[in-house]
Design a binder for this molecule. Structure first.
Ligand SMILES: *Cc1c(COP(=O)(O)O)cnc(C)c1O
Length: 495
């Protein structure tokens, strides 16, 4: 399998190279040049596989320059009972006869980012071996909260790698901040930035695109890479749980083999839902994918009008991991929808960078809407949904998950068959908002809110937030957006 650029600006590379580089050096994202089809016969064989076996089937189709043994190793280092508290890895929970919850937060940091970031560091180490690169890798991460901690956990103490995480100082929850700032490990750096998530992400992207600056760092036998969902090594592992949910539903006699199902995905950078789209392209019987947004509904508007316009107010919401106005992985989706038209995608993204907006043609818009439904939830909608889900089904959902459940309610008349909701965080991770929604009263202390969830949910506190209060704060630095390059230089060269 070879990888090409969404901007049509490179020669093909193999998967190890794509993962090692993270992003196409002269702009654009790596995508596989085609999508392997899992035919009916093969899909049937997947039904009885466990998560690890299924992951091996899927990953092997894309990592053709890795040996079978290497893939197996990476999988067992990631998806084991030490890292994941559920044997199923991505267990399904029934909400109603037609709605199931796919819990993606049983990993070490309580958010779905673990699904990919527990394996990606191992894929990266292997990729360096395969491409015979011995330079130290400096991972740059811009985070709206969850990626940062998941990447820190995945990469800490991994040989030959340093990781630097930038987060918006006022844009993450108290728990998220504590999770990141207490991370140990001999290669982890966490810096807060006076700006919002898009500022952090744009800063990192500019650093990747600044050849002069990169040369000045890389001459010291270092190279940059990314752990954001623009890296193929992040996206690929996410395809697996779409298959797993399907096979579980067949195994448990909820659907018949061949029945089509829908997925509702709380969306920010469009990475998670894109993995679902890729699963559909591979032949998984998916009817519709629902792109659920919060008040930062730039994607809702895009699918309704064909105009992507980031020139709008930015809202800080109770689902902060979706507070995003530039949805990076959309580029990959558009590349595919336009039949791999790198020239057109390039034109749109140059416009986006210049004017903050672009508009797709009617044909593209129709194709987008054939596959994806959209909906968004306001802050009030989200709180009401959390309360409703608790009262009606005795299930405690986090704020992001609630946005996606609400979307299923909204689109109920247009959906056929079973819908699986991607639950992207444990309610413990956004405890204050969850408790406020259920009890209609504010609890100012996030730790008191955590205890309250354990009480009303009658469930164990997620280990990611347990004992957080007692941990030592190890990272304290705050910078301006304009200081990102300097701090990287300081960390990478002077230490
Ligand atoms: C990252 C994240 C999302 C958004 O996922 P994308 O792949 O960026 O669309 C949603 N919910 C939670 C809890 C997240 O951490």
């Amino acid at each position: 399998m070879k990888y090409i650029s969404t901007r049509g600006n490179i020669h093909k590379v193999n998967s190890a190279e794509a993962i090692r580089l993270g992003m196409v050096p002269n702009g654009g994202l790596f995508v596989p040049e085609n999508f392997p089809i899992i035919n009916d016969e093969k899909l049937k064989k997947l039904i009885n596989m466990n998560y690890q076996e299924l992951a091996k089937e899927i990953l092997s189709l894309y990592l053709t320059d890795f040996s079978e043994k290497d893939i197996e190793n990476c999988i067992s280092l990631a998806y084991n009972s030490f890292n994941f508290s559920s044997k199923e890895i991505s267990p399904l929970v029934k909400l109603t006869d037609n709605v199931y919850i796919m819990e993606l937060w049983h990993g070490p940091t309580a958010a779905f980012k673990d699904m990919a970031l527990q394996i990606m560091p191992h894929l990266l180490v292997k990729s360096k071996e395969i491409t015979k690169v011995s330079k130290e890798t400096v991972i740059l991460v811009a985070t709206s909260g969850d990626t940062g901690k998941a990447a820190l956990e995945g990469f800490k103490n991994v040989d030959g790698i340093k990781i630097i995480v930038f987060y918006p100082k006022e844009g993450v929850s108290e728990i998220q901040k504590l999770q990141m700032n207490t991370t140990d490990g001999n290669n982890t750096y966490v810096v807060s930035v006076e700006g919002n998530f898009d500022d952090c992400q744009t800063g990192v992207k500019e650093i990747f695109a600044d050849i002069e600056y990169r040369k000045s760092i890389e001459k010291d036998s270092k190279e940059f890479s990314s752990a954001n969902s623009i890296n193929w090594g992040r996206l690929l592992p996410q395809i697996v749980y779409y298959f797993k949910s399907y096979t579980n539903l067949v195994r448990d006699n909820v659907i018949k083999y061949g029945d089509k199902i829908n997925f509702s995905v709380p969306t920010g950078n469009f990475g998670n839902i894109l993995a679902g789209y890729y699963a559909k392209k591979m032949g998984l019987p998916i009817n519709k994918l629902i792109c659920a947004s919060n008040d930062n509904n730039v994607l809702t508007d895009f699918f309704l009008t064909g105009e992507y316009n980031k020139n709008r107010d930015f809202y800080k919401t109770i689902s902060p991991s979706m507070d995003i106005l530039i949805s990076s992985n959309l580029e990959r989706f558009l590349f595919d929808i336009t039949g791999n038209n790198g020239e057109t995608v390039d034109k749109w993204y140059v416009e986006l960078q210049k004017n903050g907006s672009f508009k797709v043609d009617e044909d593209t818009l129709n194709k987008m809407n054939d596959i994806i439904y959209v909906s968004y939830a306001t802050e009030d909608d989200t709180k009401k949904e959390i309360k409703k889900v608790k009262n009606s089904y005795n299930y405690i959902s986090d704020t992001h998950t609630a946005v996606a459940i609400k979307a299923v309610d909204d689109l109920n008349n247009k959906l056929y068959g079973v819908t699986v909701v991607a639950s992207t965080a444990s309610p413990y991770k956004f405890s204050e908002s969850v408790i406020e929604s259920i009890l209609d009263k504010k609890i100012e202390d996030e730790f008191a809110a955590i205890d309250e969830i354990a009480k009303i949910g009658n469930c164990d506190i997620h280990r990611a937030v347990k004992n957080l209060k007692e941990k030592e704060i190890l990272h304290k630095e705050t910078i301006k957006i304009s200081e990102m390059k300097d701090i990287i230089k300081k960390i990478v060269i002077n230490k």
